[in-house]
Design a protein around this ligand. Structure first.
Ligand code: BES
Ligand code: MN
Ligand code: MN
Length: 467
């Protein structure tokens, strides 16, 4: 489809400067901004400073704000004039830890560009989640400014450095900077596409409850010959309890777990099924040999509209090389539940803890840690902002944009609704096989390139919307 007179030269500039944009993204990816590990905190800060400098060089007003955790970045541009719509952009510049390092084919912070089945790709921790994605709107803004000097809309950018580690500064920061962050609409760029040629807007996110439960038995580790069969083994006891979380059909057994879960309309399921064969994509991108989950629901329905309860970590006994005959004094499980609309995170957390408490073996006791809770979020799909973004995507990609859900969580979207009163349009460019949070995370250059062009097209489309 033909693009407008103003957009065409911007898209041409993006094409011409793609290699420079890739190099800039590589520079950003070389900074190991791992937010969860205090050892990296100066790197997280260096990363924020790098981005602030870059935003200033484009001509934005950019500020690094210190918080009790990692810095927040806010940048604005009012070149569109006081009557233009104001668009809030969100991304996170922090990344997950790269471990296990030995699984990477090139070092996680080298940002190697290699050839893959869809052309070139950039391999690095954070390539798709979320540095490559946040650079799509920054590069689009750069190209607009370089071509026309001013932007078609007013812009405020918020970049977080704690998304991967609990976002503890987010709510206080949003409350404190509410005025500055006011916007008519918001683009959150941290989600995925349907496939490499099919862009997507995400309208539902799952919520999360995450606990760590330690079962304590004997006061210290014991010789398993001297004591095995005589006293309780916390590892045996814990795994037996964890085995009761689901029945054989994959249904969660925590009382009341499904009480607030709403069923999804037949039309919604039909729309999801019309997207294509999700099982093929899931099996391909996961390397699993079969799909599995709660009995009676299709794969997309389970992923996007059903809650889960998953063991995310297990620690007990001897985990080093070789064999050691030991009964460990404690056993620990990290357990997370993905939640869907209407489920109350605090209530689910309480029910889960009660489920474990009720099964406490004689001679044992629990200690629990909460790693946070967040509710599921749905954004309205009937907004002019969403439709305009969808049309813009459709104009850039080979296939039209589709509406999807995601099984992941982005708590900021709910906070934007509550605190700023703005619904996010979730537009993202990663693929299911980008290996986010895993070794060899990558971002396709074609996704990056089309992502930048889409963001440029969205900027233009939003100029003609009045609230
Ligand atoms: N970008 C992801 C969320 C995501 C994953 C969206 C896959 C779409 C597809 C985000 O950075 C993330 O990892 N979120 C965490 C949130 C948690 C730490 C509160 C998640 O979902 O586990
Ligand atoms: Mn992310
Ligand atoms: Mn993530």
């Amino acid at each position: 489809m033909a693009h407008s007179e103003k957009l065409t030269p911007v898209l041409e500039k993006i094409d011409a400067n793609l290699n420079i944009a890739i190099e800039r993204l590589q520079e950003l990816l070389k900074i190991p901004s791992v937010s969860t590990d205090p050892q990296y905190s100066s790197e997280v800060r260096r990363c924020a400073e790098f981005i602030v400098d870059d935003l200033k060089s484009i001509g934005l007003q950019a500020t690094l704000h210190d918080t009790i955790g990692h810095p927040m970045i806010v940048a604005t541009d009012d070149s569109a004039g006081p009557n233009a719509p104001r668009v809030l952009y969100y991304g996170h510049y922090d990344v997950q830890p790269p471990e296990p390092l030995e699984e990477w084919n090139s070092p996680p912070f080298d940002a190697a560009v290699i050839e893959g089945e869809n052309g070139k790709r950039i391999v690095a921790r954070g390539a798709a989640d979320d540095k490559g994605q946040l650079m799509t709107f920054i590069e689009a803004i750069r190209a607009w400014k370089e071509t026309h000097e001013s932007l078609p809309v007013r812009v405020v950018i918020l970049l977080e450095g704690e998304e991967e580690s609990g976002s503890k500064s987010l709510v206080p920061f949003l409350n404190e900077h509410k005025k500055e962050l006011q916007a008519d609409t918001c683009i959150v760029c941290d989600t995925s596409m349907w496939d490499v040629n099919t862009p997507a807007i995400t309208s539902r996110l799952r919520g999360l409850v995450y606990i760590e439960a330690t079962l304590h038995g004997p006061s210290h580790d014991l010789h398993s010959g001297g004591y095995g069969g005589a006293v309780v083994n916390p590892a045996n006891a814990l795994t037996k309890i964890l085995g009761q979380l689901h029945d054989d059909l994959g249904v969660i057994q925590v009382p009341g777990f499904y009480n607030d879960v709403e069923s999804v309309s037949a039309e919604q399921i039909e729309q999801w099924n019309s997207l294509g064969d999700a099982d093929v994509l899931i099996l391909e991108s996961s390397g699993a040999k079969a799909t599995f989950g709660e009995n009676g629901y299709g794969t997309l329905e389970r992923l996007w509209s059903r809650p889960t309860c998953d063991i995310n970590g297990l620690k007990a006994g001897y985990l080093g090389e070789g064999a050691k005959t030991v009964i460990g004094a404690t056993a620990t499980a990290k357990i997370s539940c993905r939640l869907v609309a209407n489920q109350k995170p605090k209530e689910i957390e309480k029910s889960l803890l009660a489920f474990l408490e009720e099964r406490t073996p004689i001679g044992c006791n629990w200690t629990f840690k909460s790693h946070g809770t967040s509710p599921a979020i749905t954004v309205p799909t009937e907004s002019k902002w969403l439709s305009a973004a969808s049309d813009a995507l459709t104009n850039i990609f080979p296939n039209p944009a589709v509406l999807i859900g995601t099984g992941g969580s982005i708590p900021v979207v709910g906070e934007f609704q509550h605190i700023l009163g703005v619904d996010a349009v979730m537009v993202g460019f990663s693929l299911d096989d980008d290996l986010i949070h895993a070794p060899n995370e990558k971002f396709e250059v074609s996704c990056f390139h089309r992502g930048i062009k889409s963001q440029a097209a969205i900027l233009e489309a939003y100029a003609s919307i009045n609230d």
